[in-house]
Write a protein that binds this ligand. Structure first.
Ligand code: AMP
Length: 361
């Protein structure tokens, strides 16, 4: 089967690495001449709203999927007119804007932090009065890895935050004092079958994911699964979806969802019977989903900025390096490292050892 992917970054690359053994062939649409996935298939160099490039992708594909959320809606529709696209772009439409995403969560009785939509500085002052401080101001679209966000701690922060982010649609959310951040990575096949990975427990710094740990037995797993299942069913979803949640003493709050494979699921490559990438490929191709059961204890550490010395990493047993073939740049995800162990305590020793050699941690 021929799979087209909108985007040619590391997620597309890992999808191809999982799909090629299943006999799939890949075409990537990405404007960057040095797209990391290009080595694994055909690369159409073009903009995501270029009709000729989109048509070339559709012509080269039996099915199309995407690796990021900010695909222009018109471009998606053009593809959809020519070829099946999974997950259906209605999932993109829901997640592209934090306002529609939060409304969807509410409609499905998935709790969210209190929030107010903000379009003008006067709205922001009203929203601060309504929600209280601290609060987080976010752009409603195009934000990722903590970009387009400002934490407001005192009334003095309001003007500067507006200065920095104002002029585009914004959302102010109450600051959640969570005990931890978790995500649920789930898959749904074309036949409606679902599969859920163990909870990932995620550590972010400066809005960027640093470490995800597979939590084989997690008290939040049942609720997180239930919330993800509601989204999958409601969206008649096909593929892998990730739901990011804040765990608090009052229960779980949904932060956001990603209608795609997700960084917090990268540990599944070595840490689960079937990786999130293989399950996404299986789902969009109409194949049966694979077992999501964990294999031992697993954690994933992101390499931010540049890769560590590979010898210092690989001298440890059961450690796996994923190099995304990207140019080093501060704050950029250029690779990840998976560590595995049969015992949780030994895993933490490995996490510590690898953390020591990561350049930006
Ligand atoms: P996001 O882009 O919404 O995923 O936010 C990036 C990170 O910022 C999250 O993973 C949290 O660590 C933090 N964050 C976002 N929203 C909130 C919030 N309402 N309260 C506290 N921390 C937040």
């Amino acid at each position: 089967m021929r799979i087209g992917i909108v985007g040619g970054g590391q997620l597309a690359r890992m999808l191809a690495l999982a799909g090629i053994p299943l006999g799939m062939r890949f075409t990537f649409l990405d404007p960057a001449a040095d797209a990391g996935a290009a080595a694994l298939g055909r690369h159409i160099v073009g903009a995501y709203d270029d009709p000729a490039a989109l048509d070339a992708l559709a012509d080269a594909s039996d099915v199309v999927t995407y690796e990021f959320e900010n695909v222009p809606a018109d471009g998606m529709q053009r593809l959809l007119d020519r070829v099946p696209v999974y997950p259906h772009p209605r999932a993109l439409a829901a997640s592209r804007d934090r306002a529609s995403e939060k409304q969807l969560f509410r409609d499905l009785a998935i709790p969210v932090p209190p929030y107010v939509l903000v379009d003008a500085e006067t709205d922001l002052r009203r929203a601060v009065a309504e929600l209280g401080l601290p609060a987080v101001l976010k752009t409603r679209t195009l934000g990722y890895d903590g970009k387009g966000q400002a934490v407001l701690r005192t009334a003095d922060d309001v003007a500067a935050a507006w200065e920095r982010l104002g002029g585009v649609p914004l959302i102010l959310e109450s600051f959640v004092t969570f005990t931890r951040e978790i995500s649920m990575v789930a898959a749904r096949g074309r036949d409606g079958a679902t599969a859920f990975y163990p909870v990932s427990e995620n550590v972010h710094r400066d809005g960027i994911l640093r470490i995800s740990r597979c939590r084989r037995e997690d008290p939040a797993a049942t609720t997180a699964q239930e919330y993800a299942a509601r989204l999958l069913a409601h969206l008649d979803y096909v593929g892998v979806l990730a739901l990011e949640l804040f765990d608090t003493p009052q229960g779980l709050y949904a932060n956001e969802m990603a209608p795609r494979v997700h960084n917090s699921g990268h540990w599944t490559i070595e840490g689960a019977c079937t990786s999130q990438f293989e399950n996404h490929v299986r789902a969009v191709c109409g194949l049966p989903l694979g077992d999501t059961a964990p294999l031992g204890c697993t954690a994933m550490l992101n390499c931010i900025g540049k890769l560590p010395d590979i010898d210092a990493v690989l001298k440890h047993a059961d450690v796996h390096v994923h190099d995304y073939d990207k140019q080093p740049r501060a704050g950029r995800k250029v690779g990840h490292i998976t560590v595995r162990s049969d015992a949780a305590s030994a895993l933490e020793d490995l996490v510590q050892a690898i953390t020591q050699v990561l350049p930006e941690n």
